[in-house]
Design a protein around this ligand. Sequence first.
Ligand code: C2E
Ligand code: MG
Ligand code: MG
Ligand code: MG
Length: 292
Amino acid sequence: RAKERGRNRYEFFTAEINERVQRRIMLESRLRLAVLQSEFVLHYQPIVEAESRRPAALEALLRWRQPDGTLLAPGHFICVAEEAGLIGEIGAWVVETAIRETAGLFGREASAPRVAVNVSPRQLRDPCFVIRVMAALAAHGLPPGRLELEITEGVLMDEAPEVTDALNTLCGHGVRLSIDDFGTGYSSLSYLQRYPFDMLKIDRCFVSDATDEAAAARLVETIIMMAHGLGLETIAEGVETEEQFRFLQSKGCDLMQGYLMGRPAPLAEIAARFATRFAADAAPPPPKLLEA
Ligand code: C2E
Ligand code: MG
Ligand code: MG
Ligand code: MG
C-alpha cells in the first residue's frame, strides 16, 4: 500500500510538473504572438521634481492585455520573455512606442517632460539596440536628451564589453541613463564609477522603511549624498505618503515617483491631468499633481 501511495504521489508530482511545463509552453507561444497581435500597451507614471512638484518625466511601464481584458503586469511575463529570447522584440516595441506616443503628446522641445523606458539585460547586449533607439528618436524628432533608459543593476553584472560600449554610445548621443532599483540585488558601487549614469533610482523598499526606521532613514540619506557626490540626480521610487515625500525632500532627493503623485495609467489619462499645468507655466505649482 505504501508503495502504491508512493507511486501515486510520484504520478501526482509528474502531473503537476507536466502541467507547469505545458502552461509555460502556452505562455511562451502566446507571448511570441503578442507583439504581432498588438496585445501590449504602455502605461505611464509621472516622475515629479521634489521642489516644484512639476512632472519631469513619465516612466513607461509595460502591460499585456489578456483575452478577457485584464492587464498583466510585467512581473508575470518579462522573465519568460527574456528566457525565450523574445525580450529584444518586445523591448524594441516598447522603445518605439514610448517615443512615438510621448513625442506626439508633449511636442519636441527639450524642456518638455522626458520619457523613461526600462531596459532588460539581454537588450543591451544586442548590437542593434543602440541603432534602434537612435532610429526611433530620429523618426519621431525627439531630442535624445528627452529619453531616459532605466537599467537594473543586475544587467551590468556580466560586465560584457558590448554593454559598456552601448551605454557609452547612448550617453555620447545625449540619452540619459538611470540605474534602477538601486540598493537591491547585485549592488556594486563600482558600477556608478564605471558606467556613465545620470540618475540613480532609490528602490521602493528603502523609501517605505525610511519614515519608520532610523537605520533606513540614514541609509536613504547616505545614498542621496553619495549620488550627489558622484554628480547623479536621485529619484525616489514608490513614494506613497506625504510623510515620505517630505522626508525625502528634506534630504535633498531631486525627483519623486509613486502612488502619491499618480499610479501608472494610459497616456491619455495622464495627459488630461497634466494638460492644464503645462499651459499655466507661471501659476504656482499645485500641492499634488495627481490623486493616487
Ligand atoms: P520598476 O522599473 O522599478 O518600476 C516601478 C514599479 O513599481 C512599477 O511596477 C510601478 O507600477 C510600481 N510602483 C510605482 N509606484 C509605486 C508605489 O507608490 N507603490 C508601489 N507598491 N508600487 C509602485 P510594474 O509596472 O509592475 O513593473 C515592475 C517592473 O517590471 C519594473 O520595475 C521594471 O523593472 C519591469 N518593467 C516594466 N516595464 C518594462 C519594460 O517595458 N521592459 C522591461 N524590460 N522591463 C519592464
Ligand atoms: Mg524602472
Ligand atoms: Mg525601479
Ligand atoms: Mg523598483
